[in-house]
Design a protein around this ligand. Structure first.
Ligand SMILES: Nc1nc2c(ncn2[C@@H]2O[C@H](COP(=O)(O)OP(=O)(O)O)[C@@H](O)[C@H]2O)c(=O)[nH]1
Ligand SMILES: [Mg+2]
Length: 465
């Protein structure tokens, strides 16, 4: 997502930054390129026009032309304009401030991801926001649809409304709201039936359900992979039933991103969440400033940090980070890091959030690092004494034999692990000095499997799955 747009825009700005001063001609030329990049990314034409006009107007201003680093100044203007186009800084959150039970109505075409998103929302609201959530399927179009939601609800540990055969969507809605009132639920998520295309019968059904439930949110789920069609769908739904927010599913795919960039401007409805996969956890808030940063290659560092801190033990990470900075990383810390790597999930996911790592991610594809090696390292470390873990240098021949026997590994493997640990410590010390640019270099070394000639091996030799 956004990869191609991102690399094109970076090209424009690095071209600009090589110049001392910008003339109006330079700006005009850059804007032509920005315009083309956006159209190629499938951004709607009116949005592109508006965007380019805005940027040009601001960039041509005197202060920019005389500023010291014009490339950066223009990048900043583009960044701000992107954030505006995406709906303004800060995530558009759910409005749940009505009296409980608060209804959330899920609408959209068939196959857009409504049921999946209903399950994701159920999980999110119950676990993060500690709400009592009831899920109800109003999809009587397809026989298995209600069962699909029921199973999903069980999987995420949220209650679903018992299925009663023969009820209409309107009847199910009444029953869901009544059950929620009687049993004290905070939130009811209503998963409606879709249609293959927008038709009046669907819209009428949605309007009737809305009348009954009085939802605080009507969330439209659209498939990011359908590009501009997603925007058209949103316009239609918004006109016919009114939409308070959009969920873009399949943002994990290779859609060009134009739909996300056009949505707010074309429909007025903000993107509230994006679906990043089929799993119930794969729902993220939509932060325009982070997306803009990602597009401009600034990397979604904030997103990465949020993801990491959610998944990892915060205090443990801080403790290890401090030791790393102080150059006092030991084998205990290494073992703790190994445990946490498992929790972070796919390496390619993490790479996608790092600045400029788009290319590496492409190379890696869906493959992931083989983590069995980490498990073996963990076994070795747990067969060591405290003193050995703290000061690996004391591990000589006889100790190695004992550790190998204890962990079911060989002395050779122990040697290799110690060497790798040693390299890693060296690398960390260098990393501190190098900053971000160095980090990218290191990553590309990791991915090519060769390592950088100036750098120790690191993970370069790890087998991949
Ligand atoms: N990769 C990916 N697949 C998704 C996402 N959201 C939904 N899906 C898949 O899309 C298909 C249709 O989803 P479903 O929720 O049944 O759509 P509905 O007809 O609108 O209820 C299912 O196979 C889902 O697993 C997403 O964010 N990413
Ligand atoms: Mg469904």
């Amino acid at each position: 997502m956004f990869d191609s747009l991102s690399s094109k825009l970076s090209g424009v700005f690095s071209g600009l930054s090589r110049r001392g001063r910008l003339s109006e001609g330079d700006v005009a030329e850059a804007m032509r390129e920005v315009r083309m990049a956006m159209l190629e990314a499938d951004v709607a034409l009116p949005v592109v026009r508006d965007f380019v006009d805005k940027v040009r107007e601001r960039a041509v201003g005197q202060e920019i032309l005389e500023s010291i680093s014009p490339g950066q100044a223009v990048a900043k203007i583009v960044n701000d304009a992107l954030i505006e186009a995406l709906g303004g800084a800060g995530a558009a959150t759910l409005n749940l401030s009505a009296a409980p039970p608060v209804a959330i109505l899920m609408v959209g075409l068939q196959g857009s991801g409504k049921t999946t998103t209903t399950g994701k929302l159920g999980l999110r609201l119950s676990s993060r926001e500690r709400k009592r959530v009831l899920l109800a399927s109003l999809d009587v179009q397809r026989p298995a649809a209600q069962l699909q939601l029921q199973q999903l609800a069980e999987r995420v540990g949220v209650t679903s409304l018992p299925i009663l055969a023969g009820q209409s969507p309107q009847e199910i809605t009444r029953r869901a709201m009544k059950t929620a009132r009687q049993e004290g639920y905070d939130i009811v998520v209503l998963d409606t039936a879709g249609r293959l295309s927008i038709d009046e019968a669907l819209m009428q059904e949605v309007r009737e359900i809305r009348e009954i439930a009085g939802p605080a949110e009507t969330l439209l789920v659209v498939d990011a992979m359908t590009g501009q069609d997603a925007v058209n769908t949103a316009q239609h739904f918004n006109e016919a039933v009114g939409v308070t927010g959009v969920v873009m599913s399949r943002m994990d795919g290779d859609a060009r991103g134009g739909a996300a960039l056009s949505m707010k401007a074309m429909t007025g409805a903000p993107i509230k969440f994006v679906g990043m996969g089929e799993k119930p956890e794969a729902l993220e808030e939509f932060y325009p400033e982070r997306v803009a940063g990602r597009i401009l290659g600034l990397g979604d560092i904030a997103g990465l940090v949020e993801k990491a801190s959610e998944t990892l033990d915060q205090e443990e990470s801080e403790r290890v980070a401090k030791k790393m900075l102080a150059g006092k990383f030991d084998l205990d810390d290494y073992a703790s890091q190994i445990r946490q790597i498992g929790k972070l999930g796919s390496v390619s996911n993490i790479l996608g959030m790092l600045p400029g790592a788009g290319k590496l991610k492409e190379k890696l594809g869906d493959r992931d690092l083989d983590t069995t090696i980490f498990k073996r390292h963990q076994a070795m470390i747990s067969s060591m004494t405290k003193a050995e873990r703290r000061t690996p240098a004391i591990i000589k021949a006889s100790r190695k034999k004992r550790i190998a026997a204890g962990s079911g590994t060989t002395v050779q493997e122990i040697n290799k692990m110690l060497k790798q640990f040693d390299d890693m410590s060296t690398m960390m010390k260098r990393l501190n000095k190098m900053g971000l640019a160095g980090m990218k270099q290191m990553l590309s070394g990791m991915m090519s499997g060769k390592g950088n000639p100036n750098m120790p091996g690191g993970f370069g030799g790890l087998p991949r799955r």
